[in-house]
Design a protein around this ligand. Structure first.
Ligand SMILES: O=C(O)[C@H](CCc1ccccc1)CC1(C(=O)N[C@@H](Cc2c[nH]c3ccccc23)C(=O)O)CCCC1
Ligand SMILES: [Ca+2]
Ligand SMILES: [Zn+2]
Length: 304
């Protein structure tokens, strides 16, 4: 019996070819990635369209993951690995707990399930209904969004309600951008497969998808945990303002430092402004142009 790390290949949700870190045991191949440092494991399961988690290991007989039914598995696995690499290489963070925690994903959750989530232990992705969404693991920014919820949970712990919840949401969208910097859109690769150019959210123009982009338009509601997916438009716009003026490289350092050093479970928008300014001061100096750009970014959305 020879168990071994192997390299497979297959096609993702957008029919894009990619190689995969897999594992072979007793002639079966698994989406089980043991290539990360300090024994960090990335593993992918399928719920077989049920709702039991984690479900079943995604397997293949010949390490060629080419079936349409495997595309969601392929992307969940490949993109989880990309997000792991981003946090390790850019922020020296070893998995979401910074201690090599296993990153587990389950795809094919539910029936025509038009959503995805981090359930406190793992990532979960629906297949979509083919109209509103295609398989949600097919978008790198969505995978980064979900895994960033895990990072936030282990660091700032931003409570998932009202302003702290909207910040929680915003940090997930912002790190979704850092992983997928080709556009300021969220979920565009899997949202409405029959319509091009649209998205779930826009960081540059939140109002295009019904989100406020100024504190004057903050939505007071109890639905969606106090509008966490709506009011995230305000910090998202501030993030866009910041990134477009200081660039991605500096912005991601400032955002990561704020998330891991200064933010707390009950931080509101004003506190987030202060945390990001302090992070900019720590990293680039309090009188720096970078600091002043962060200040201007939040002034522009009416958060002081
Ligand atoms: O992680 C999150 O914040 C979202 C988690 C949603 C969820 C929460 C609790 C149990 C189940 C599902 C999932 C995503 C999200 O933003 N969902 C929004 C928008 C959305 C997606 N599918 C929907 C279907 C109906 C209504 C809204 C939606 C939401 O749930 O509000 C993030 C990236 C893409 C999907
Ligand atoms: Ca995107
Ligand atoms: Zn979220």
């Amino acid at each position: 019996v020879t168990d071994a790390a192997t390299t497979g290949s297959g096609y993702g949700v957008l029919d894009d070819y990619k190689t995969l870190n897999t594992y072979s045991s007793n002639g079966t191949y698994y989406l089980y990635d043991v290539t990360k440092p300090m024994n960090g494991v990335i593993e992918t399961f399928t719920a077989r369209n049920g709702s039991s988690l984690p479900g079943y290991y995604s397997t293949d007989s010949n390490n060629s993951w080419t079936a349409y039914s495997q595309a969601a598995d392929v992307d969940a696995h490949a993109y989880a690995g990309k997000v792991y690499d981003y946090y390790k290489n850019t922020h020296n963070r070893n998995s979401f707990d910074n201690n090599g925690a296993t990153i587990r994903s389950t795809v094919h959750y539910g029936s025509n399930y038009n959503n995805a989530f981090w359930n406190g232990s793992q990532m979960v992705y629906g297949d979509g209904d083919g109209s509103t969404f295609t398989s949600l693991s097919g978008a790198l920014d969505v995978v980064a969004h979900e895994l960033t919820h895990a990072v936030t949970e282990r660091t700032a712990g931003l409570q998932y309600q009202y302003q702290s919840g909207a910040l929680n949401e915003s940090f997930s969208d912002v790190f979704g951008y850092f992983l997928d910097p080709g556009d300021y859109l969220m979920g565009e690769d899997v949202y409405t497969p029959g319509i091009s150019g649209d998205a779930l959210r826009s960081l540059s123009n939140p109002s295009k998808y019904g989100q406020p982009e100024h504190m004057n338009n903050y939505v007071n509601t109890s639905s969606d945990n106090g509008g966490v997916h709506t009011n995230s438009g305000i910090p998202n716009k501030a993030a866009y303002n910041t990134i477009s003026s200081i660039g991605k490289a500096k912005a991601e350092k400032i955002y990561y430092r704020a998330l891991t050093v200064y933010l707390t479970p009950t931080s509101n928008f004003s506190y987030a402004r202060a945390a990001l300014l302090q992070s900019a001061a720590d990293l680039y100096g309090s009188g720096s142009s970078t600091y002043n750009s962060v200040k201007a970014a939040w002034d522009a959305v009416g958060v002081y």
